[in-house]
Design a protein around this ligand. Structure first.
Ligand code: MRU
Length: 331
């Protein structure tokens, strides 16, 4: 049984004539599927975190471009591509995947099999992502000691990709190769991808894990209870500065202070060589209500001013290594 089979869930699948995704807003309490039949539906799903995680957003957008009714209308195809790209600005996999679909479109526009060709390209992007996750897992496993307590942030697992995940791909590969792995899962406010999604995935895989509040990592590091940190990325700049879920930078600074190796795992589809450094990566700001309220329950006054950047930049100087499908890069 391979690692995907051990995880035992399908979270993105083209079924007959449309895309079916696991609704990540509902996890872990309910496993419901969301049917994407239109471009508007895809845009909604990406922007509202029905699907999230840089690689998965890209795969969703690629399949979504197969839902356009009249593919021969070139202008409308390009407008749709730009609309999809704007759904979430930081995760570069989104524009990367849409650009791949544009290339397939340009090479075959006018072909009577255009729809089939686009669907094949989307499925290929999906398959390739799965393979990249496997390779990241194998390369990353080389830096994991036989016994290791690992902290991860947000969700860079299967739910964020088309395969076994990036940061969690490394953890799964190490665990299923027989290493004694324990994972510290931070909750990842404000949307709780750690508490809701990473803990759910690790429980399914049988990987020992413990949920902590975002504020607890400093205490654990100071007590030598974290041996290594691995996170994912939404965009990696040319100099290996990278954007990831807000709070990643805090962890990188803490890890440096405590001399703990700090790794990022990301496929090359997350690299943006047009960004020379982290300063040129656009950071998505999300609704202030995401932090004023917790899933609809008010925790602050509706008028409390709030600022909600979804990502931060970790400079390459804090990075021990960048684990990619081609090997481990050092700054
Ligand atoms: O806002 P999200 O949930 O899409 O943010 C996701 C992350 O920050 C992940 O760490 C990143 O996309 C890497 S996923 C392999």
């Amino acid at each position: 049984m391979n690692i995907s089979e051990k995880l035992g869930f399908t979270h993105i699948e083209w079924v007959d004539d449309h895309l079916v995704v696991l609704d990540q807003r509902k996890l872990p309490l309910s496993e419901e599927y969301f049917h994407i039949r239109t471009i508007d539906g895809a845009f909604y799903a990406i922007q509202n975190l029905v699907v999230r995680g840089a690689p998965l957003i890209g795969i969703t957008a690629a399949y979504a471009l197969c839902l356009i009714e009249n593919h021969e209308d070139r202008d409308s195809f390009f407008v749709t591509c730009e609309t999809l790209k704007s759904a979430r600005p930081t995760a570069v996999n989104l524009s990367w995947a849409v650009n791949r679909m544009i290339n397939a479109y340009e090479s075959h526009v006018g072909d009577e099999n255009l729809e089939r060709i686009l669907l094949d390209e989307a499925a290929k992007i999906h398959r390739e992502d799965s393979k990249m996750c496997e390779s990241i897992g194998l390369h990353g496993n080389k830096i994991i000691p036989d016994e290791c307590r690992i902290l991860t942030h947000c969700n860079a697992g299967a739910l964020a990709t088309g395969g076994i995940g990036t940061a969690l791909g490394v953890i799964y590969t190490a665990f299923f190769s027989g290493k004694m792995i324990e994972v510290w899962v931070d909750e990842t406010r404000p949307v709780f991808q750690g508490a809701r999604l990473t803990a759910w995935e690790l429980a399914r895989a049988g990987v020992p894990h413990t949920l902590i509040s975002d504020n607890a990592s400093g205490k654990l590091m100071s007590e030598n209870r974290i041996n290594l940190v691995i996170v994912g990325a939404d965009r990696v700049a040319k100099n290996l500065d990278f954007a990831n879920k807000i709070g990643t930078y805090n962890l990188a600074v803490l890890a440096r202070y405590h001399n703990i190796p700090f790794y990022c795992a990301a496929p090359t589809s997350t690299f943006d060589l047009n960004c020379p450094d982290g300063g040129s990566i656009e950071i998505e700001n999300r609704s202030a209500d995401e932090i004023r309220n917790v899933f609809g329950a008010r925790i602050s006054l509706p008028a409390t001013p709030a600022y909600n950047p979804a990502f931060d930049i970790t400079p390459n100087s804090l990075l021990t290594g960048m684990i990619t499908e081609n090997g481990i890069l050092t700054p």
